[in-house]
Design a protein around this ligand. Structure first.
Ligand SMILES: C[S@@+](CC[C@H](N)C(=O)[O-])C[C@H]1O[C@@H](n2cnc3c(N)ncnc32)[C@H](O)[C@@H]1O
Length: 247
């Protein structure tokens, strides 16, 4: 089946209750109603976001991505579709509010770059696991560095998910297993139609109640309810985010 994307500004998708691709799950639950705050107080949240920001003070994801691109070009291994962009912790905190993580849930960032989204999610919410999968080695290495510096610098009570439940993997996220996710973020802005098709195939297998955040273009797929969409400040400029819930 071909995946089509809708231009921004179109209506959200209708549920497809007849889908046979939903795996039954003990964790299955209805899509949560919209809510504005996470599971932290404002002061906790500010402390956690400051700690995440500090963990990245020495890391320039855009420069790392540029260096990777130059190296790949020199080696003749350059592949398109890996354009870099980075969420801001504060903006991603808003996306997480839309996703409403519950304690013990499993979060994935597919194409995690330097790990800002993963570390923001793990700092603000008590997750079962927070996993980032990134194909470029330099960015993956930076994510490991940020995770370790966050764990070293932040007092234990600031981070809600302990760092042993925060994992970064270097590899092809679209070929990985992430269908046990409760919460998935995928920055799909620069995805080719083929990459989007593969991603949507994975989304089809998520449990009902799972939440999915994508960027720039709406996902056109049955069995998704649009929870929220909005433009937020991004590493460079602003970016449109969409959060869906599997019905
Ligand atoms: C726009 S950046 C987003 C980084 C991060 N999610 C964020 O928002 O801060 C997209 C990232 O996805 C990575 N990427 C693209 N295709 C991938 C794949 N198949 N597997 C793993 N990573 C991939 C790129 O290398 C790039 O770092």
């Amino acid at each position: 089946m071909t995946t089509r994307v809708k231009k921004t500004g179109t209506k959200d998708n209708e549920a497809n209750p007849s889908s046979s691709e939903h795996r039954p799950s003990k964790r299955a639950k209805a899509c949560p109603a919209a809510r504005a705050a996470g599971d932290s107080t404002n002061a906790d949240r500010e402390r956690a976001l400051t700690a995440v920001g500090s963990a990245f003070s020495e890391i320039d994801g855009y420069a790392i991505a540029r260096a990777e691109r130059e190296r790949q070009r020199a080696e003749g291994t350059f592949v398109g579709g890996l354009q870099y962009g980075e969420v801001l912790p504060l903006s991603f905190a808003s996306v997480l509010d839309w996703m409403q993580p519950e304690p013990g849930e499993h979060f994935y960032d597919l194409g995690s770059g330097t790990g800002v989204a993963v570390l923001t999610a793990s700092a603000l919410f008590n997750l079962g696991s927070a996993v980032g999968i990134e194909i470029q080695h330099g960015l993956h290495a930076a994510a490991l560095q940020a995770r370790d510096s966050l764990a070293r610098a932040a007092p234990r009570n600031v981070l809600r998910t302990p760092s042993d439940r925060v994992r970064f993997e270097c590899g092809d996220a679209l070929a990985a297993h992430w269908q046990d996710a409760d919460l998935v973020f995928c920055s799909t802005t620069c995805f080719t139609p083929e990459m989007l098709e593969t991603f949507v195939g994975g989304v089809r297998q998520l449990r009902p109640g799972a939440r999915i955040a994508v960027t720039t273009r709406a996902l056109e797929l049955g069995g998704l309810r649009l929870v929220q969409r909005g433009k937020l400040p991004y590493g460079k400029g602003t970016l449109l985010f969409f959060v869906y819930c599997k019905t």
